[in-house]
Design a protein around this ligand. Structure first.
Ligand SMILES: [Zn+2]
Ligand SMILES: [Zn+2]
Length: 425
């Protein structure tokens, strides 16, 4: 009998793996720019870690974890989300005792036993980042900019940043938010879904997250969690918004945004993308100042994000049929004379940014050396820019395989795209 892959799991075949490599590479490169070091933690952890870290009240812990007993009789769990494992590793490595700041990122598979649906799998891969040891709106802003930079560098368009303050870790603050929600829905609880009736007692914040129509209806006109929160986290949240605005980072405030985890303190954020239908969240995160302590460490503040790679691939595919950008060199731009450099950059930008064609050049090298490099990189085409060509606004296009040459005008560079038809489609 043939054995198939488990329900909710999938193989990544060679033609699909280029998407993954492209995203992984982009995440690693961007993380390096932002000063984050990669961490790799085991897939298997003690069940206790997620019960305490993710929170026993969450759907993840209550219904979705792959839990089993190992041969030594320990209860172990396949990692359902990244943050608790990173916190554990951070504590275990001992850096906290020196009060050092740690900036870590990961790319790792997560396991959740949930109903498979579009863009949701039982094994899915996330990239994420955590920063320990700083509580300042600037680091929250940096974390958000880090995530958005990854999306931008992937070529994703039309993504929207949503923000909310769900109330900080202080008891009075948390209680005020809970009470505010409870008061708002009191008298209307009959038309709530069964899950929300339970949430009302366990964690009223979760009601805001409910996608059932009746529950959404009940909450219409709800003034939002930020207005119920304490003065200190409200002003923290406001500072973050000011910082984002000052750095031309557009955002939308979503007073219902709570994310699927209970550990967030004050700031939460989520990024949505077009082309995904109703399940349009592609990543998000927030501040979680209590988790390090709850997992047995000192009082260390933390902020982080996580993003599912499968959803990002779906969004990119739906937006850009030419995705992903190939790592092979399609066109090599050869030039003569320093005057030509401006044109070289123009051509490179047009090819890379507008036409999604990989392009290279060797600046500051002789013509001969440039041609040598073009050959070494097995470039498919060369565009040759000389003094004469600049004046005419015409370049030479050389097919490196056949040796055939033809002229191409500056205004008609986009016709090169036809030469790569079928590629990456
Ligand atoms: Zn507060
Ligand atoms: Zn509900």
């Amino acid at each position: 009998m043939k054995i198939n892959v488990l329900k909710g799991m999938y193989d990544v075949l060679p033609e699909e793996v280029v998407f993954w490599q492209f995203i992984e590479k982009t995440v690693r490169e961007t993380a390096a720019l932002f000063g984050y070091g990669e961490i790799r933690t085991p897939i298997l952890e003690r069940t206790e870690l997620f019960k305490r870290g993710s929170g026993i009240g969450t759907d993840i812990v209550k219904k979705e974890m792959y839990i089993f007993e190992d041969r030594g009789g320990r209860s172990v769990t396949l990692r359902p989300e990244g943050t608790p494992s990173v916190v554990r590793a951070y504590l275990q490595s001992g850096v906290t005792s020196q009060g050092e700041i740690a900036k870590l990122f990961y790319i790792a598979p997560m396991f959740r036993y949930e109903k498979p649906q579009k863009g949701r799998f039982r094994q899915h891969v996330q990239f994420g980042a955590e920063c320990f040891g700083i509580k300042n709106p600037a680091i929250d802003a940096e974390m958000i900019i880090f995530l958005l930079t990854i999306y931008a560098r992937l070529g994703l368009k039309g993504f929207v940043l949503e923000l909310n303050n769900v109330g900080c870790g202080k008891k009075e603050c948390r209680e005020s938010v809970r009470k505010g929600i409870k008061d708002f829905v009191s008298g209307k609880t009959n038309s709530m879904c069964d899950d929300c009736k339970l949430r009302l007692e366990e964690n009223p914040l979760r009601i805001l997250d409910c996608k059932k129509e009746g529950c959404i209806e009940i909450l219409s006109g709800f003034e939002g969690t930020d207005s119920l929160a304490c003065e200190s986290c409200r002003s923290y949240y406001k500072e973050l918004k000011d910082l984002l605005s000052a750095n031309a980072m557009p955002f939308v405030e979503n007073s219902r945004l709570v994310r699927g985890l209970d550990y967030y303190t004050a700031v939460v954020f989520e990024v949505t993308a077009s082309g995904l239908g109703s399940q349009n969240a592609i990543g998000g995160g927030g501040r979680y100042d209590n988790m390090v302590k709850e997992l047995g460490g000192p009082d260390v503040p933390a902020v982080g994000f996580g993003a599912g790679i499968e959803r990002v691939i779906m969004a990119l595919k739906s937006q850009c049929p030419d995705f992903p950008v190939s790592t092979a060199t399609d066109v090599f731009v050869v030039y003569q004379g320093e005057k030509a450099l401006k044109k070289v950059l123009f051509i490179l930008n047009t090819l890379r940014l507008k036409l999604n064609i990989s392009a290279k050049a060797a600046f500051g090298k002789s013509m001969k050396a440039q041609m040598r490099t073009a050959n070494k990189l097995k470039s498919k085409y060369c565009i040759i820019v000389g003094d004469e060509e600049i004046n005419k606004g015409v370049f030479k296009l050389k097919n490196m395989e056949s040796g055939e040459e033809k002229e191409i005008t500056e205004n008609n560079l986009k016709s090169i795209r036809q030469l790569f038809r079928g590629k990456n489609e």
